[in-house]
Structure formats: C-alpha cells, structure tokens
Write a protein that binds this ligand. Structure first.
Ligand SMILES: CC(=O)CC(=O)SCCNC(=O)CCNC(=O)[C@H](O)C(C)(C)COP(=O)(O)OP(=O)(O)OC[C@H]1O[C@@H](n2cnc3c(N)ncnc32)[C@H](O)[C@@H]1OP(=O)(O)O
Ligand SMILES: NC(=O)C1=CN([C@@H]2O[C@H](COP(=O)(O)OP(=O)(O)OC[C@H]3O[C@@H](n4cnc5c(N)ncnc54)[C@H](OP(=O)(O)O)[C@@H]3O)[C@@H](O)[C@H]2O)C=CC1
Length: 283
C-alpha cells in the first residue's frame, strides 16, 4: 500500500511535532484539532520551528517552502476521507481515543491504516472498537518529535503483518529508528522511564532532596540530558499520571502506584511546561 495523504489528530506538542516530521519528509499531511485555537498554535509552532532549522542552515528555503505547502490544518475530522494513514495524538484517555477511532473508522477509506501515538494505552482495546482491527497499530513517537530518533511500533493482537510493514517502512522514511514491541501496559519506553520519574517525585515528596538536587543527581551522576523532574514537566504531569495509572491498573502491582504529590500537582492544574507551572515555573 502506498501512503500519499496523512492526517494527524490533536495539534498539541506531539501532534504538531509528528505533522512537522511528515511534511519535512515530503508527505502531504493534514493537522486536525477540534479546537481552532489549539490548531492555529500547532501550525504556527511548526512554521517557527521550520524557520529555525533554515536559520541553522539545516534546511534550504526551497525545502521549507515545500514542507509548508505539504502541511494544512483542519478542525473537521471528515477531512480524513481521503487519507491513507491517520495518526491519533489526542489526550491520553481511552474514552476520548476510542471515540476518535470509531469516527475515523466511518470516515476514512477502507484501506486506511489507523495508528495511535498513545504512550501506554492498550492498542488491542482501541483496535477492537473498529471494524478494521488488523489495520490498527501503535506508532509511538518520542518528545520532542523532530529531534528524537525512536519510534516504538506496537502490534495489537489483531494487527496484520502488512500493516506492520507499512508502518515500519514509513518510520524509516521519516528518518527514525523503529523498534517493535508487544501490547503490554506502557510498552517498553514508558514501562522503564515512568517508574523512574515517579520515584524521583517520591524522593522529593519524602524529603530526600530538593527538586533541583534530584535533577542534578541524575544529570551529573548519570549523564541524563534532563533531570527526571524537568523531563516530567516537559512531557506533561497529566500525561505522566495517566501513564502511571495505566501501569498500576494493567499490572495490578503496587510498585507502579502514582506518587501522591504527582496527583496533587495535576489536581492543582500544575501540568508542567505547557501550563506554565509544574516542578518548575515557566513564566
Ligand atoms: C512520554 C512518552 O510517551 C515518551 C517520551 O517522549 S519520553 C521523553 C523522551 N525525551 C527525552 O527524554 C528528552 C530528553 N532531553 C533531551 O534529549 C534534550 O534535553 C533535548 C534534545 C530536548 C534538548 O537538548 P539540549 O542540548 O539541552 O538543547 P538544545 O541545544 O537547545 O537542543 C538540541 C537540539 O534539539 C532541538 N530542540 C530542542 N527542543 C526542541 C523542541 N521542543 N522541538 C524541536 N526541536 C527541539 C534544538 O533546536 C537543537 O537542534 P540542533 O541540534 O539542530 O541545533
Ligand atoms: N507529552 C509527551 O511527551 C508524549 C505524549 N505522547 C502521547 O501523545 C498524545 C498527546 O500528548 P500531548 O501532545 O503531550 O498532549 P497535549 O495536551 O499537548 O495535546 C493534545 C491535543 O489534542 C487535542 N484534542 C483532545 N481531544 C481531541 C479530539 N477529540 N479531537 C481532536 N483533538 C483533540 C487537545 O485539545 P484541547 O487542548 O482543546 O483539549 C490538544 O490540542 C497522548 O496520547 C500522549 O500520551 C506520546 C509520546 C510523548
């Protein structure tokens, strides 16, 4: 199957990054968000980032113009009717995601592949709400999408080999490295990363060290590019909490219990960089 037209649903930090990478790789991509303000913010962000890449001499003005031409925005999900591949990147919530997949199943052509960028939710359950479960797959990009090389490709129990092959080839075309994983809670990336972040929050909660010092330990002691609390703010504390809940519910093991301080921050609306405050302030 050849992929000519792509749609990305959700113009937040991940959706906008994914749409940018598709356009930069020469593919026609529509970015969709039901919220017009979020859509405009996503498109403006992509344009600014492309300009920065040109300023650094890593993209020519012609390539920039081509990428801008290949990218369009829409608030109407019905515009997925001519898409060969749709990647969903809306909020990490099963009810919201399944509603989007049910609508896409009605709107898109029968051959279209429906992928989710979910961080942790079961692809098997998402696939089951569609009439094309063999064409549903996880395509998990890392943040920031234009920089990070990895894409976890998650096979639902129903995913066909053909669907997997199309997504693996597409990942390589985007100049990313695919890793195949099975559909267990948190997949590989977040099963390993998120308990580390949660433990860093417990260390602060229990008074082991300050936010800054926990980050310094991991940056200077383990050579991590960002401390775990800076990274949590960058990912979004709501997303971190959703992922911990999926791990906790999915494995039924108390080692995955979300730290009460993480819950409190999310309840306060302190979601990290995107809301202006998390473990740090971003005024
Ligand atoms: C939650 C999940 O489901 C899965 C996940 O995604 S978990 C999160 C995974 N991501 C990480 O762990 C990120 C860890 N952090 C890092 O790797 C680095 O701190 C970083 C790449 C984000 C920034 O690197 P840095 O060296 O501190 O900063 P900086 O020099 O400004 O940036 C390096 C490059 O990244 C680019 N960059 C930084 N932030 C960016 C962004 N948000 N969008 C696009 N590009 C970005 C910069 O433009 C720069 O590009 P050049 O090399 O072409 O100049
Ligand atoms: N943050 C990260 O580091 C990573 C996140 N992910 C996953 O990517 C997905 C998105 O995360 P992220 O980009 O961080 O989240 P954001 O909160 O930045 O963006 C989500 C966007 O989706 C929009 N949206 C919500 N519901 C719908 C809908 N029904 N139709 C269209 N748009 C909708 C939101 O609009 P509004 O704001 O108006 O609600 C918002 O613009 C999640 O599943 C997350 O787990 C994967 C890898 C890394």
């Amino acid at each position: 199957m050849s992929v000519n037209q792509v749609m990305v649903i959700g113009a937040g930090q991940m959706g906008a990054g994914i749409a940018q990478v598709f356009a930069q790789s020469g593919l026609k991509v529509k970015l969709n968000d039901m919220n017009e303000e979020a859509l405009n913010k996503g498109i403006t962000g992509i344009e600014k980032r492309l300009q920065r890449v040109v300023d650094k001499g890593k993209l020519t003005a012609d390539e920039q113009a081509k990428a801008n031409e290949l990218l369009s925005g829409t608030t109407d999900l019905n515009d997925a009717s001519d898409c060969d591949l749709v990647i969903e990147a809306v909020v990490e919530n099963m009810d919201v995601k399944t509603k989007v997949f049910q609508s896409l199943d009605e709107i898109t052509p029968a051959h279209a592949i429906l992928a989710s960028n979910t961080s942790s939710l079961p692809i098997t359950e998402i696939a089951a709400v569609t009439k094309r479960p063999s064409q549903v797959i996880g395509m998990h990009f890392m943040n920031p999408v234009p920089v990070m090389k990895l894409v976890e490709i998650i096979r639902a129990i129903q995913t066909s080999d053909e669907t997997y092959q199309v997504i693996e080839e597409m990942t390589k075309k985007l100049n990313k490295a695919p890793v195949e994983v099975n559909d267990l809670p948190g997949f590989a990336a977040n099963r390993i990363l998120m308990p580390m972040i949660n433990e860093a929050i417990f260390a602060v909660h229990e008074g082991v060290a300050s936010v800054e010092d926990v980050d310094t330990v991991m940056k200077l002691g383990m050579n991590h590019p960002m401390g775990p609390l800076t990274l949590a703010d960058f990912i979004g504390l709501d997303t971190c909490l959703y992922i911990m809940e999926v791990l906790h519910d999915g494995f039924g093991d108390s080692k995955y219990r979300p730290c009460p301080l993480l819950r409190q921050y999310v309840k306060a609306g302190w979601l990290g960089k995107k809301s202006g405050r998390g473990f740090y302030s971003y005024e």
